[in-house]
Every structure is written in C-alpha cells, then in structure tokens.
Design a protein around this ligand. Structure first.
Ligand SMILES: Nc1ncnc2c1ncn2[C@@H]1O[C@H](COP(=O)(O)OP(=O)(O)OP(=O)(O)O)[C@@H](O)[C@H]1O
Ligand SMILES: [Mg+2]
Length: 259
C-alpha cells in the first residue's frame, strides 16, 4: 500500500503496535488531571496590548479528550502554551496532576514538560538539523537516556503514521503533512499523561487525519488525556466534550457534543 506522498500508508490501527501501553496509566481514569482557574494572559504592550485570556476555566480528566474551538487569533495556541509550561500567565492558576504549573521554577518546568506533556505544536517545531527519526527519539533520549529502545520506538511511531520512509530525512525535505506526522510521533514517544494537540490534523488528508484521531483516542483509552485544538468537525466529533474560546473565556459548546 502506498501513501499519497510515496511513503507506505499509515499502518491500520488494528495492526499497529498499541499506543500508551508501554507504561501503566499514570493516573486513575476519571481523576481530575488539569484544573485551570481564572487564567489571564495579555500580549503586546502599550496601545498594542491585547487581552487574550480573561478568566478562563478548564477541567480535564484522565482518559478524557476535550476539543477547543475558537476563531483564528482567539488565543487557543496561547492557552496550550500556558498549560504546557512554555509561556507564563498574567494571573490565575494551572494545576496538572497536583502540580501548580504556574508556580514552577525553570528547572521544575523543564522536568514538567519532559515528563508530563506531549506537545504537538501547530507549527511543528522540528529541529532542522536532526532527521525525522532523531527528532522523534529526542524526548525519549532526554527523559531516560534510552538509546536503541528510543530508536525502535520512534520507528514504530513513524510507521504507524505512514512516514517511516522519511526516518532518515531532514525536516526541510518533507511536506507539511509529513512534518506534522513526525511532530505527532515525537509528542507520543514518551507516553506522557497529557497530550496538547494544536490542530494536529490541519495539514493532513482525511485518511491520515483519521489515523491521528484514532491514535489520540487510543491514548485516552489507555488513561492519557488529550486537549485538542481544532477547526475540523471530524476532530470535534472524536472528543468527549467541546469548549469554545471566545472573548478570553471557555464555555461548553453543548451543540457540538457528539450524541
Ligand atoms: N507574544 C506575542 N506578542 C504579541 N501578540 C501575540 C503574541 N502571542 C500571540 N499574539 C497574538 O495573540 C493572538 C492569539 O494568538 P494565538 O496563536 O493564541 O491564536 P489562535 O487562537 O491559536 O489562532 P489560530 O487559530 O490562527 O491558530 C494573535 O492575534 C497573535 O498575533
Ligand atoms: Mg493557533
């Protein structure tokens, strides 16, 4: 079977190595994992200053997938950056698995990001000098010093998303959709309890997009949690709940909750 870019198509979910089963579930299913309260964030300065988050609240349980909708520029990526510990808030609190993320120092933040979060960035952020396989393996090597284990795990993930043929290529030689799938594999390599997925199917064809949503769902079934920013109806339908970010606040979108 050949994928649309010449690499083998993604391995069908029922024949793929299971995701999230290498390690035991990090938290009991249904446990409150993420608690965001009164989150505030402004960007810019002076007359160009803009309030993006204005008292946003969010809850996410272990094993749950929550989709976040909102118009372009409403602050969705900013929200994920704050929860993922790569940007700081102006007020409010973020608790993840009992850790007050908004109060962590630099060293603790690094550890938090490495051990608890798998981040699928909207703009991928692959390291240009590393091959696809090295990009995917990097978080595993940093977390545990795994060598051969990290390489074979990375290859399995690349295979699962249909980009194993790109394992030895540098990111700039890959299409946008291929880069996106490498970035997804990288975010999943450590079996982190929390996956922050920023429009993870935005550059993919429907078949590849479905493989990603199936994988994210599987991770939830193994006790991980997914916060999914999306504009796509199919992705929204995979979620347990949908929240809409508007005017700096999140509100449940009951109309979008799947039956
Ligand atoms: N550091 C910053 N300085 C100035 N403006 C910023 C900064 N970070 C974000 N912004 C602005 O804040 C707004 C929200 O950005 P953000 O990336 O969170 O939006 P988004 O909801 O993810 O949009 P999209 O759906 O297009 O990805 C944008 O208008 C962006 O230009
Ligand atoms: Mg965004």
């Amino acid at each position: 079977m050949t994928g649309c870019h010449g690499f083998p198509a993604a391995v069908p979910a029922d024949r793929a190595p299971p995701l999230g089963r290498r390690k035991p579930p990090p938290y009991p299913s249904g446990m409150q994992l993420v608690t965001v309260r009164g989150l505030r964030k402004s960007v810019g300065s002076g007359r160009a200053s803009r309030v993006l988050l204005d008292g946003a609240d969010l809850d996410l349980r272990a094993g749950e997938m929550v989709a976040i909708l909102g118009r372009s520029g409403s602050g969705k990526s900013t929200l994920l950056n704050l929860i993922g510990g790569i940007d700081g808030a102006n007020g409010g609190s973020i608790e993840v698995g009992g850790l007050r993320v908004d109060r962590l120092g630099d060293a603790e933040l690094t550890r938090y990001r490495r051990e608890r979060v798998g981040f699928i960035f909207q703009l991928f952020h692959l390291i240009p000098e590393l091959t696809a396989e090295e990009n995917v393996a990097l978080p595993a090597r940093m977390a545990s010093g795994e060598g051969a284990g990290a390489a074979s795990r990375s290859y399995e993930l690349l295979e699962r998303f249909g980009v194993a043929g790109a394992a030895d290529q540098l990111p700039h030689t890959l299409s946008g959709g291929e880069q996106q799938r490498v970035a997804i594999a990288r975010a999943l390599v450590n079996d982190a309890p929390l996956i922050l997925a920023d429009e993870p199917t935005g550059n993919l064809d429907p078949v590849a997009g479905r493989a990603v949503l199936t994988a994210l769902r599987e991770l939830c079934d193994s006790g991980r949690s997914v916060l999914l920013v999306t504009h796509e109806a199919e992705a929204t339908a995979s979620a347990d709940r949908v929240e809409v970010l508007d005017e700096g606040r999140l509100t449940p979108d009951s109309a979008a909750v799947p039956a």
